[in-house]
Design a protein around this ligand. Sequence first.
Ligand code: NAD
Ligand code: MG
Length: 386
Amino acid sequence: MVQKIALLGATGSIGRSTLDVVSLYPDRYEIYALTAGSRVDELVRLCAKWQPKMAVIADESRYAELAQKLLDAGLSHVTPMAGSAALCEIVSLPQVDVAVLAIVGAAGLAPTFAAAKAGKRLLLANKESVVCGGELLMRTVKACHAELLPVDSEHNAIFQCLASATPAARAGARLILTASGGPFRHRYDLENVTPAQACAHPNWSMGQKISVDSATLMNKGLEVIEASWLFGFTPDQIDVVVHPQSIIHSMVEYADGCVLAQMGTPDMKTPIAYSLGWPERLDGGSGRLDFTKMRDMTFEAPDLERFPQLAYAYETLRSGGAASIVLNAANEIAVEAFLKNKIGFLDIARTCRTMMDTYQPSAATTLEDILAIDLEARRRTREVIA
Ligand code: NAD
Ligand code: MG
């Protein structure tokens, strides 16, 4: 049976890697729907190549442009749609087997929940939705018999390292997330860092937002929260170690001191192929490790003085409630402002701190609560920045 895929965030870094993997298995997978945030031309180009049944542009003001450009390209058989509700609609269609959530930011929340409610196989790259709504999401996945496969490389590694663990073994285990350390591991004057410098990641090629998050270590902080919800581990059971070579993608240490690690080249096609094929293994076309050419694997503790946002993530996870939603929203708005040269690199952490100290909404129990807190946190963050 050919599996039909709805790929959300098709024009991004994870979206492109997903299409690379899918192109290797035309007899197994079909692209049923493609979506983009606002880049109509790129979406139409992908539609011409992949011939999906539907194309969604998230920015509703571009609907007419999308519809016209699909017609101009001879793609009248592709149904144009727009807006967040359309994203939720396509992941819920009975024809769709697999939803790939490769949207960046909390914009991925509603469609991620919609895919979970519809009981789909969810290939989840969008970590922000787990950070904001992890507890509710995991309950929804279970109640609706969805299959959640983490695409984030660390979580994909942990998923693999936990695969054979009994509940008792899991309970006594510790998760060790690896971090590359980002482009500023050896840089101490961070005040005047430019967006271009922050986006130049040493090992991974990624979208701009996650690249900046990697430079501040916010990415690792978001991943600690993500790991806690995905695997049911407390913050005390999760550690972070800087491993600049990005060969080990994360590890699990069991009660007997045995450590299982997952290794591979730093290429997102590997966790994407794993998640598509699970429980089988698919070759995603990424390179192979050559152990005879590997010079060293080193490890060090993260520097929480220079990169406090990692500590902030532990703090919001421990404090519970809606603190992680506020941290995530503050970070998204601050990173956007940094990328537009409106604030400095260190102002990203300062903005997050201010928001954590000044906005402490009570716990969110429904998706509507989560979305409302996210919206309010964004509004207040814009004020703080202004
Ligand atoms: P990207 O910026 O390259 O792509 C983002 C995609 O989301 C694009 O297709 C864009 O059009 C779409 N988009 C943006 N804003 C939107 C909105 N408001 N509504 C709907 N769609 C919108 O980002 P990326 O690097 O591919 O990352 C995507 C997600 O995957 C992020 O959550 C990121 O943290 C996670 N992730 C990425 C990597 C990586 O290597 N790139 C690794 C692990 C996890
Ligand atoms: Mg990651």
